[in-house]
Design a protein around this ligand. Sequence first.
Ligand code: EPU
Length: 417
Amino acid sequence: MPARLLIEGGVPLRGTVAVSAAKNAALPALAAGLLTAEPLAFLNVPDLQDVRTMVRLLETLGARIQRDGVRVRVQVAHVVGDVAPYELVSTMRASVLVLGPLVARHGSARVALPGGCAIGPRPIDQHLKGLARLGAEIAIENGYIVARASRLKGAHIATDLVTVTGTENLMMAAALAQGTTVIENAAREPEVSDLARLLNAMGARIQGAGTARIEIEGVTELGTATHTIIPDRIEAGTLIVAGAITGGDVAVTGVVPDHITAVLAKLEECGVGLEVAPDRVRVRGPERPRPTDVTTSPYPGFPTDMQAQLMTLLGLADGQSRVTETIFENRFMQAAELVRMGARIETEGSTAIIRGVPFYQGAPVMASDLRASAALVLAGLAARGATEVSRVYHLDRGYERLEAKLRSLGAHIERRT
Ligand code: EPU
């Protein structure tokens, strides 16, 4: 039987817990290993299913990867292949991050088209449009994107919408292009800035990462670097909600509070007690959360990756809240499961109306998306009685030792296989 998490709810969490390095910064950072023949040393890489998938993909392309605890060394002395196979891309869309680096260094890439996923169709047209602007020839053949270029050329790229991995792909490709590239309407997420910091340490010339206009002066070669990946702001937010929803007292350490300003502001509106220090957030749960309204948007707005977890908290609020999801089409998967735990949530299109209930009841639940699954764990921690969360493999894609971390705070949670 696939792994499940059993949670006996109702225990206020107490103690100190450290966040891991960010999944969504680690994935592009590893892919950047394709841009140079020299080794990259990462001082902290989370041990997650998605990271393992990226490692497998890079190995098929010629990478030698060594892991020693949280340290990872990546070297792609020679690119030996240019195919990101469907079997890997279909389990992890972020596989598309090899596209830009492969075309830039190797001159060709064949990456399976990701297709739809549980949270929506998620096209990659902006990645392709941007690469075409850089001079790549792009074709779709038998379900694969085939991209070719002898040497990419700097260009002015204005994306039609804000895309995180799209910005990262184009930034990596442009780093080795001939001439200067400007990306307008760039994603401003901290993970984009972290990748730029890595690329600059490798010898790239990138300015403006973290703003909507990134300027990249191409270089002919990139080299070795040592890099510390930023903390996972979504894991941090999830753990903070865990403290709040159980009425606990938890210090979440190793966070960059500036990366979660919008999340902290919403939690404060809900009456959650927060003490913010430079690298930690102490959370004390309210008796009962206050309702609020929230709309997801690209950074620095409220992140879509925290929408499900906040909804779980609002489900217990003293009044009515409204959650509007603007980034993905189908990201309310937690709602129907929360209803099975006693929540009163109605969704209509991209909006959910949540009428708070005083408590959740434990129930067997499941979800097909990482963050929806995290939201169900949070509900289980707060619920009266036992909750069984199945399809734990979704959680394992993006949370490092989540149940061990929660257990260290006193949660009654265990994994059954
Ligand atoms: N979009 C397009 N065309 C494109 C690219 C994106 O229409 O070429 C659309 C998407 O369909 C979506 C919106 O633009 O509606 C934003 O998508 P984006 O490209 O920013 O998402 P992503 O880069 O595929 C990253 C994270 C996601 C996170 C989103 C939004 C990584 C590896 N993934 O995805 O993380 O939700 O940005 O912040 O960085 C997660 O960790 O659970 C997760 C899903």
